[in-house]
Design a protein around this ligand. Structure first.
Ligand code: DX5
Ligand code: ZN
Length: 211
């Protein structure tokens, strides 16, 4: 099985010193940086966009894992690629032409992922799974940090593993040192954590997640 990776979500960082936060989280042992982009349309919250991401690109060598919670993400793929994204994840619910967006991301030389909201069935991945580097299963309804883990995610992880033994499975929302355990057992291997990591000593919290 793939090794466990932790992707702290900077949505829970202190935005007034974001550059320092990126440096600190890198030193604390993060495996990648999870960047939550929200448009106030696809989700009921606005976070930040391309210029902010660009401003922190030179603070770390870690992978920028960009989670686009925006409608019609095809409009911004190139901008995020130019600003230093390594992997772009789009929501299956956010675009009419999911396959085309995946091609767009890959043609720019980036890794591609697709995310599913809690109510969206794994079946929606059937005809694109072979194109994907990662599947992101939302374990909360997207839009905010600090929400409670939705237990039906465990069943979905198993369903994704059934259709792909190799794809990276990332879980996002409500991840703690308790909720991470059944997810690992079910076959997930990358974990986004916002409030859990930024709510304590970053290194200790990451170590707790890695068990
Ligand atoms: C939610 C975001 C998450 C969020 C996770 O819409 O996609 O990445 O920041 O935060 P926690 O770990 O606090 O649930
Ligand atoms: Zn996210």
């Amino acid at each position: 099985m793939n090794t466990i990776k932790i992707a702290p979500s900077i949505l829970s960082a202190d935005f007034s010193k974001l550059g320092d936060e990126i440096i600190d989280i890198t030193k604390a042992g993060a495996d990648m940086i999870h960047i939550d982009v929200m448009d106030g349309n696809f989700v009921p919250n606005i976070s930040f966009g391309v210029p902010i991401m660009k401003s922190i690109r030179d603070k770390t060598d870690l992978i920028f894992d960009v989670h686009l919670m925006i409608d019609a993400p095809e409009r911004y793929i190139e901008d995020f690629a130019k600003a230093g994204a390594d992997m772009i994840v789009v929501h299956a619910e956010s675009t009419t032409h999911l396959h085309r967006v995946i091609q767009q991301i890959k043609n720019l030389g980036l890794k591609a992922g697709v995310s599913l909201n809690p109510a969206t069935p794994v079946e929606n991945l059937k005809y694109v799974i072979d194109e994907l580097d990662m599947v992101l299963l939302m374990s909360v309804n997207p839009g905010f940090g600090g929400q409670k883990f939705i237990p039906s995610t465990i069943k979905k992880i198993k369903e994704v593993r059934e259709i792909s033994p190799t794809v990276d499975i990332q879980i996002d929302g409500g991840i703690t040192d308790t909720t991470i355990k059944p997810c690992i057992e079910a076959g997930a291997n990358i974990f986004v954590a916002g409030s859990f990591v930024f709510g304590g000593d970053y290194k200790e919290q990451i170590e707790k997640l890695k068990g």
